[in-house]
Design a protein around this ligand. Sequence first.
Ligand code: NAD
Length: 389
Amino acid sequence: LNVPDHPIIPFIEGDGIGVDITPPMRHVVDSAVAKAYGGKRAIAWMEVYAGEKAVNTYGDNTWLPDETLKAVKDYVISIKGPLTTPVGGGIRSLNVTLRQELDLYVCLRPIQYFQGVPSPVKHPEKTDMVIFRENTEDIYAGIEWAAGTDEVKKVIDFLSDMGVRKKIRFPEASAIGIKPVSVDGSKRLVRKAIQYAIDNNRKSVTIAHKGNIMKFTEGGFKNWGYEVAKEEFGAVEIDGGPWCKLPNGIIIKDCIADAFLQEILLHPADYDVVATLNLNGDYISDALAAQVGGIGIAPGANISDTVAMFEATHGTAPKIAGKDIANPSSLILSAEMMLRHLGWTEAADLVLTGVAKAIQAKRVTHDFSSQMEGATQIGSAEFGAEIVK
Ligand code: NAD
């Protein structure tokens, strides 16, 4: 990336705890950049609106203004807080809409442990993974119909003609969802995961899927993944396959998604980069986040071939919104990924050090302090200040 010293970065504050976690994120980033580059570089933040703030600003039930989409596209890199999913109004989910509109096909979620963070497992430090979740297809594509609608009747008639209904239980009163999984959609995701593993000296890429049951969709994803490894990266099969090895030794393997959820809990050290479909990826990344301290500390990014939008993994947490309680680490670590994406490694490293030291000082937000012996509970903004200190 050709990054100017003062890049304009659009940010969406976000609904719910967005007001609590976005200001500390900006405070930490600005301080880290100023310290790392002696004032020569700085981010020029530009607020753009989405969610409830957009409706309040633009009116007319405008949850996602065109200006916001344009800014996110034009400025290439952006960061956002969580957004409420509007009820009614014809919008399924603002996040899904953003991912579809901008073709943000990679949902990147690193899972790393910070010493001292309360965790339900004995050795949380063994968990160090990076999830590549396909973000635009699968059952999340939003192609589904409610029970009793004309569309469902048509699909049922079609399936009856094909003889499908004779073989399985399929009452008239069914809702139906479609699970599209494309060859190029699967391949481009696995390609990114393998390239990441190569660029970051990781040990393996695991394709997590349910191909044993859904042979053409999830099984297709797995097969196309292996194809990419062999045809584009020169992987060769190990002991007759399907596992294979890249010329630099990185192992490409696969695991059935349900077994994988057990595996990451029991043998986390055996896994590294993970490539998976949309729904599996949603489950796997929240489960992994819990192992290293919960979604309050789980960062993420949504990436297309041109645009990157960084965001926390969690939602708007309405019960604690506006109370200065939420853990801003999720968004701060998303910003750390953003700084690395900009190539501002020194600033990114400072953010990581700051988060690690703030946790070690045991002055933390409620989600951690309530489970950490000898810890002092501080607010979201103060935790940001602790990181800066
Ligand atoms: P949630 O992630 O908002 O909350 C789940 C639990 O985690 C709650 O107990 C919450 O208090 C806690 N939590 C979340 N973030 C936290 C933080 N930073 N610090 C401390 N605790 C935190 O999930 P939900 O309740 O299922 O969803 C609420 C709303 O958020 C819904 O409207 C949903 O559609 C939306 N949502 C948005 C996104 C997004 O914008 N990317 C993602 C998921 C959900």
